[in-house]
Design a protein around this ligand. Structure first.
Ligand code: SF4
Length: 243
């Protein structure tokens, strides 16, 4: 599809609700459309909604090999409840082995560049490989997650490795209360770490619980809080155009 036609499609998508978006994606793009999720609460709600209106849409995750046991448990619960098979993209074994041999398993403590390098090897590159299989990328970004995400559009064209793809955040305008209510009403599997005060969940050590007045992503890489640029994004939603 030409870029102009895609831009017209994106403006239509910005007017659609989540169910309509999932149904459109499956019909128009089949297995070139999918949800990429880390099984935080918004991702689990997306899967429940998708299974009601567009069963068969792909569900993809990036397994950094450093996730919490509770996150692996949620993946198992999701596969069991919805009868789906999650596609798991993992770090390239050679790159990972080389990084650990050179810098150690815990390089993310050393400096911001080394944390970003670790995120690149364990998350961004596998996510990029997953994106190469997609023309429509569903993500669980919400505007209330952080200041950085406050302007996120529902749908946008983004550039990934020189290729324009459609990135859709179907629950972008949902707040935490609405997510929690949906989970309770539909008995959606939920990561047990939320009950321990986590509001954003990624790898072991790099994510910690947050306080009520903090951004939902404030618990990430807390040891860099002294830096002027204490960036809480891992790189997956940075680059190309927009987040
Ligand atoms: S969150 Fe931490 S362990 Fe996970 S990829 Fe990033 S730096 Fe590495």
């Amino acid at each position: 599809m030409a870029v102009a036609a895609r831009e017209e499609t994106v403006s239509r998508l910005n007017e659609m609700g989540p169910e309509e978006l999932f149904a459109w994606a499956l019909e128009a793009h089949g297995d070139r459309a999918g949800i990429i999720t880390s099984f935080q609460d918004t991702g689990c709600v997306m899967i429940d909604l998708m299974c009601r209106v567009a069963p068969g849409l792909r569900v993809i995750t990036v397994d950094t090999l450093r996730l919490h046991d509770a996150t692996y448990a949620v993946m198992d619960a999701i596969e069991g409840k919805y009868g789906i098979e999650i596609e798991r993209f993992r770090p390239d074994p050679e790159r990972l082995a080389k990084m650990v041999a050179q810098h150690g398993e815990y390089l993310f403590f050393d400096s911001k560049p080394k944390q970003e390098f670790c995120c690149n090897v364990r998350k961004v590159e596998p996510n990029q490989r997953a994106l190469e299989t997609l023309d429509v990328w569903f993500t669980g970004l919400r505007r209330d997650q952080s200041e950085f995400r406050a302007q996120t559009p529902r749908a946008q064209l983004v550039d990934r490795n020189g290729r324009k793809i459609i990135k859709v955040a179907p629950l972008v305008d949902w707040d935490q209360a609405r997510i929690d209510a949906y989970i309770a009403e539909h008995d959606v599997p939920k990561n047990a770490l939320y009950d321990e005060g986590y509001t954003s969940i990624s790898c072991v050590i790099c994510t910690t619980p947050t306080l009520p007045h903090e951004d939902k992503r404030a618990g990430r890489w807390r040891w860099f809080s002294y830096l002027e640029k204490d960036d809480k994004e891992c790189g997956i939603h940075i680059g190309g155009s927009g987040i």
